[in-house]
Design a binder for this molecule. Sequence first.
Ligand code: CA
Length: 653
Amino acid sequence: MRIFILATLLSVLAPQAMTAQDFDFNEMTYTPQQTTFRLFAPATAKSVKLRIYKDGQSGRPVKTVAMSRLSLPVSTAMAGISGSSGAPGAVWGVTVGGNLLGRFYTFDAGYGETPGTFAKAVGVNGRRAAIIDQRTTDPDGWYADRRPVVKSPADRIVYELHHRDFSIARADARYPGKFLALTEPWAINHLTALGVNAVHILPSYDYGSVDETRLDEPQYNWGYDPVNYNTPEGSYSTDPYDPACRIREFKLMVQALHKAGIAVILDVVYNHTYDIEHSNFQLTFPDYYYRKTKTNKYSNGSGCGNETASEQPMMRRFMLESVKYWVQEYHIDGFRFDLMGCHDIATMNAIRSELDGLDPTVFVYGEGWSAGACALPVSTLGVKANISRMPAIAAFSDELRDGLRGPFDDDTKGGWLAGVPGQEESIKYGIAGCIAHPQVDMKQVNYSQAPWAAQPTQMMAYVSCHDDMCLVDRLRASVPAITDDALVRLCLLAQTAVFTSQGVPFLLSGEELLRTKQGVHNSFESPDSINQIDWQNRERYPQVLKYYQDLIALRRHHPAFRLGSADLVRRHLEFLDAPQGVVAFRLKNYAGRDAWRNIVVILNANREQATVAIPEGTYTIVCKDGEIDEQSTSKIFGRRTTVSPQSALILHD
Ligand code: CA
């Protein structure tokens, strides 16, 4: 606040001056009469040049213009704005007359050419920024596009997909591997029939590891190597050379999903860049955007060779402006922060607050860990243990994930699903949404000594994601001599735990089709043959897809499974005594005003049938032996029930 007042005062005292705090990363503003360029760069730069080009990747500049320093140098003393090198920053700018529509440009502050840090349109491979009229990228009816809203994050059903995995092997796809695949009826029909109401798309900003000029050759990457954070990836568009194409097609995708009631969540990777040397941050303002260690080496908390410095005022501002831009320009409904544990808590809370100002239903979650040690104290970072200090931000629960399937560092080790004893408490903790619950003994929970979520909506419940083996592969690797039949049973059992958790359920795309990645653990650059979803599995395993559909419908129809508040969970969720390998609980007394009075869920990972004591009564069986039927009239009576091996039983009265 003090910085803001100071900045405001300064602008009043010297109206022509501009401080870095005023800089909103709007690096190019086009009008038919003139185009204005701005760049935050070192105040000490000998010169900052703007080059205008006809072409997006080749050819000499048609014009080179010197930019002027518009603001006073902003020193460390004033606003904490200086690089690790201590260089003060300043805003540079120039206005070029004439109609530059369709031209490309780069900045050069003496460190090499860059499209800038915040290019909103780029040429092929994102090397040069493009001058376009953003409004011409809006599809018909875009102004009327509305985000599908849910009351609580607990009502979300998140489906994580990679554009190429999802559609590349789909025989009837018109745009396999492209943004537009998600506009096609087969895709929309699959998602809506499955019942998900949010897709989380793997990195879809412009990334570096796929050469957009060689799309006729086999190339694959997850895309965790950001180049331009604020423009869509070219290889997912039908024409990466046309700067407007990727933008328009991305919006068509969002529009089609929104029409189907499906929110779009963006995977954002602000914690590191493809590399330091060639990154647009480094080319614009060397060392400003990266953390260094005490010995002046680049810190590597991302495990990718660098780690950005979210605590630097302009990096924080960059992140705020970036999420705001995706929400406003692309109507994005949520963000998944890669390695959120690299970002500082204050930045994450500032992002939450910025988004609340736009739309509080924009959902934020992230990985509550880093990949290595960061150059900031852990107590200040957005790690899982600090989630209670980050209201309305969620984190993935590795307690539930690994309790179910086994530890992340050894694919051959199993968890509860594989019959490993002692995992029950971790699963109970996950069922409760990682909040404090009187019946969960934290001493027996893996990884966490204390409950980290203040609310169950701060916990992402999952058993698999793009990282590590998918569920089928993990079960094959960790359950000795597993039969095909047991494999199906355990997959369905695992997801029953996930979808009856009070957290926010999350599903890797293709699990509903018994996806395999042929045992590849880190498939980030594996070919399509490994990563693609085999759609023929729909015919091979129709009962699997049906169970997923019915399980998701069960959650959506019954508020008891998504109470959304820690107090309600503690009031209505009661764990029942159960033998080893079994987790049993009851959602009691019309939890969440459910139509069902009491719901009993029993999850049995044992290879034998289990007997569990339940409160005496007459119950209707809605889930048994891998089948769900909410309308069932099948009853049981009494004080105990049996559960088939490796399966879930759900009853209500
Ligand atoms: Ca790219």
